[in-house]
Design a binder for this molecule. Structure first.
Ligand code: HGY
Ligand code: MN
Ligand code: MN
Length: 415
């Protein structure tokens, strides 16, 4: 089958306009987005996405995890579809492009094929995966994880946010619990376009990241228990300060990650002390340690060292500590055939490109378990993401979407 012509390109301005239209839903406070999963804003964004897909002639299916699947028919109804997509949910102080670019580039792909009246053999399905971020309901990539069989649906439905609401209740409340059994759809392949969320592409003046691997992730929640007491009248030696122990563990997390450089990262993004009152020594601290590495042995070693260090800190301070794994996945190697389709698309289109390892987790990391999968990345300004100041350019978005278009069309076959 002839390779797709160089002149097959998406409409960059139309993609850019759609990104800006979607960004108006669930605005943040500093120019980004706060469209957290299963909120009313998420529901509004889903409705807009569905209307756009239906305007483009796609038929929408929704499964029992709220995953959305907009299908453009192929000429061979028996051929397994090529899926393309990402996520529309954002961090509480998220950017306008993390996840959204991958979903709307998929929509742009079918708009472009419609404009040019190009028929593919395999159907093409544009996907929005529910709760990729895992910020409101841990773990991250929850719905793609249920789809790929890593979590069961009851576990997912039971996940609870800080207000005590469950995933299942909220999915029902916003009216996006579909009737399709999750995970029954079979895929010919899955492709995801995503912003890099790191500095490598921009710093090297590279247009396209060909993602060969994704680093592994471990989220361990620690609960440290001491004793609430008066910050003024309690003698220092008598204190059992859970907040202080947490601070000491955070320093250890930094040291452990740095000691495993360059292929390791570690931080604590979510931390709470109780009762969180100015004149009460915290009797309890709850926080999640986020470790990452492309090397599974390094990841396991960092987690073990953190456990050991936290236990020693708490033993020395007379505190209790409990550990709970609340998320994680092993390092991922993407499908060589799909990665090759992305690399040859970038070459055909004349874009500079380099192989990269994804620092962030993505739905593709789970879908890679059940279908040939690969990712394409575009740069983002200063490598900044999970920040309302996240920025890309129209040119970067268009280049990524063009590579996605060519890789998907090559894989779906042009009739
Ligand atoms: O945590 C991650 O890597 C992804 O952004 N959810
Ligand atoms: Mn993302
Ligand atoms: Mn994200």
């Amino acid at each position: 089958m002839a390779a797709t012509g160089q002149n097959l390109k998406i409409d960059g301005q139309r993609l850019w306009d759609s990104l800006n239209e979607m960004a108006k839903i669930g605005p943040g406070v500093a120019g980004g987005n706060n469209r957290q999963t299963l909120t009313d804003a998420d529901a509004e964004g889903r409705t807009l996405f569905q209307s756009w897909c239906e305007d483009a002639g796609a038929v929408m299916g929704v499964d029992t995890m709220g995953n959305m699947f907009a299908c453009r028919d192929g000429t061979d109804p028996d051929a397994l579809p090529v899926y393309v997509g990402s996520h529309l949910d954002t961090q509480p102080t998220g950017g306008k492009y993390d996840g959204v670019l991958g979903v709307l580039a998929g929509l742009e792909l079918i708009r472009t094929l419609n404009d040019l009246d190009i028929k593919t053999k395999h159907p093409i399905v544009v996907t929005n995966w529910t709760n990729e971020e895992g910020t409101r309901f841990a773990p991250a990539m929850l719905a793609s994880g249920v789809f790929a069989g890593l979590h069961d649906q009851d576990f997912a439905y039971s996940r609870t946010d800080t207000a005590g609401k469950t995933f299942g209740e909220e999915l029902e409340r916003i009216g996006w619990k579909g009737d399709e059994p999750v995970g029954e759809r079979k895929m010919h392949a899955f492709f995801e376009l995503h912003i890099e969320q790191g500095p490598i592409l921009e710093a090297n003046g590279t247009d396209i990241g060909v993602v060969t691997h994704g680093q592994g992730l471990d989220w361990t929640q620690l609960t440290i228990t001491g004793k609430d007491a008066h910050t003024g009248s309690t003698p220092m030696p008598m204190r059992r300060n859970a907040g202080l122990a947490m601070a000491r563990v955070l320093e250890k997390v930094e040291q452990i990650a740095l000691a495993h450089a360059p292929s390791a990262a570690g931080a604590v993004g979510r931390l709470e002390v109780f009762p969180n009152s100015r004149n009460v020594i915290p009797g309890k601290a709850v926080f999640t340690v986020d470790f990452r590495s492309p090397d599974i042995d390094v990841l396991a070693e960092m987690v073990d060292q953190m456990h050991e260090a936290a236990q020693v800190i708490c033993d020395n301070m007379g505190l209790q500590v409990e550990f709970e794994k609340v998320g994680g996945f092993d390092p991922v190697e993407f499908d060589a055939g799909c990665v090759g389709a992305i690399r040859s698309a970038a070459e055909r289109l004349g874009y500079s490109h380099r192989d990269v390892i994804s620092g962030a987790g993505h739905d593709a990391c789970w879908i890679n378990r059940v279908a040939p999968t690969a990712m394409v990345m575009c740069p983002c300004v200063d490598g900044l993401s999970h920040n309302e100041a996240e920025e890309i350019t129209l040119e970067w978005a268009a280049a990524g979407a063009n590579v996605l278009l060519h890789a998907v069309v090559e894989t779906a076959g042009v009739e």
